[in-house]
Structures are given as structure tokens and as C-alpha cells.
Design a protein around this ligand. Structure first.
Ligand code: MN
Length: 196
């Protein structure tokens, strides 16, 4: 039975603890895994409050078509400070990963060499963005989809960090945060491993 092992961890700046403007959403059933990672502009308590609201919004819409969900989030966030967001859905029977991204959430598939970057469109959700474009990629069993906010070093080479992808999704997320967080912004990472 194909399944997804996934985990999202967020960590705010130490002097604003426990506030964090990054938030992840995971909704997994037997057919699909919906994943989202959102970085609200700025940090601190206001960003945290908006991130919490966004998470509830996305959880509620997690069964929807991804471009429509992104568009709805854009409308919902108008007048707010805005956010960058990446939404994805892994179809468990087929391993097809569909996604749409706006702004600088980093998204990569690790497994194939070299890592495959999943592109996002420029923009800020709630402020200015082009029409969200659905893309998809087929991923193989054991592949990892890694989503990170810009509080995490983006340009790392896994070969420099032996063992970074060892263990379960929760172990990997912890290791990524501990090893690659820049320390000058809220940091978050979402790990999705496809298993079948
Ligand atoms: Mn950020």
C-alpha cells in the first residue's frame, strides 16, 4: 500500500519565541498527501497570527484544485502583509506530485542525481501574483520532496552532509532545521517521502 511519510517543523527566531510566521499544512489520506508551506512576510506575533489563520484556510481547502486554492488564498490575503506559498499534492497510487508555487519557498526532489528543483512563479500571495500554474513530476519510491522557507540554506549539497536524509521524515526535518537554518529569519521545512 503506497503511503507518505511526512513531517513539517517550523522554528521562529529565538527572541520572538514561540511566534513564527512560517507554517506548514499536511493532510494525508489513503489516496493522496496534500502539503503546503507558507512564509508570511516579516516575523513575530503578527506574522504568527496570520500564519495560523492561513493554515486553517488551507486545511479547509486541501481537497481543492491547487491553482484554485492558491487563487483563493490570494483573494483571502488581500490587504494583509502577504506571504509566499507552495502547495503540492502527491497522488499515492501513481507517485505523481502536482504543485504550484508563488514566491521563494524552495522545493526540491532528492533521489535522482542531481536534485530536481520544482519552480515557483514570482510574486507575493495577497499582493501581486501571476496566474498560478499547475505543474507535476513523477517521483519514485524513497524519493524525498523537501520544501524550505528562505530561513534555510537553499544551495546545500546533500553530499556535504552525509546522513542528512537518514531516518524518518521527522528525523530529516529536525536535521535540516538544525544543520541548515540561517538564524536570521523564521525557518521551516517540510519533508515528504514517498513509500510503496
Ligand atoms: Mn522568510
Amino acid at each position: 500500500m503506497p503511503r507518505a511519510d511526512c513531517c513539517c517543523l517550523v522554528r521562529g527566531l529565538p527572541d520572538e519565541y514561540p511566534a513564527c510566521g512560517d507554517v506548514g499544512v499536511l493532510v494525508v489520506d489513503t489516496e493522496a498527501a496534500f502539503v503546503a508551506l507558507v512564509d508570511v512576510l516579516g516575523h513575530g506575533r503578527e506574522a504568527d497570527a496570520l500564519a495560523t489563520e492561513i493554515a486553517a484556510f488551507l486545511r479547509d481547502k486541501s481537497g481543492g484544485e491547487l491553482p484554485e486554492v492558491m487563487q483563493a488564498l490570494h483573494e483571502h490575503l488581500k490587504g494583509s502583509r502577504g506571504a509566499v506559498a507552495f502547495l503540492g499534492r502527491l497522488d499515492l497510487p501513481t507517485g505523481l506530485f502536482a504543485y504550484v508555487g508563488i514566491g521563494n519557498i524552495s522545493a526540491k526532489v532528492f533521489g535522482p542525481q542531481p536534485a530536481l528543483r520544482l519552480g515557483s512563479r514570482d510574486g507575493i500571495v495577497g499582493y501581486m501574483m501571476g496566474t498560478p500554474k499547475l505543474q507535476s513530476v513523477r517521483i519514485a519510491p524513497r524519493d524525498i520532496v523537501l520544501l524550505c522557507s528562505d530561513g534555510i540554506r537553499d544551495n546545500f549539497d546533500p553530499l556535504e552532509f552525509p546522513g542528512i536524509f537518514r531516518g524518518e521524515a521527522s528525523d530529516i526535518a529536525e536535521t535540516v532545521l538544525q544543520t541548515l537554518a540561517k538564524g536570521n529569519d523564521d525557518a521551516s521545512c517540510l519533508v515528504l517521502r514517498y513509500l510503496r
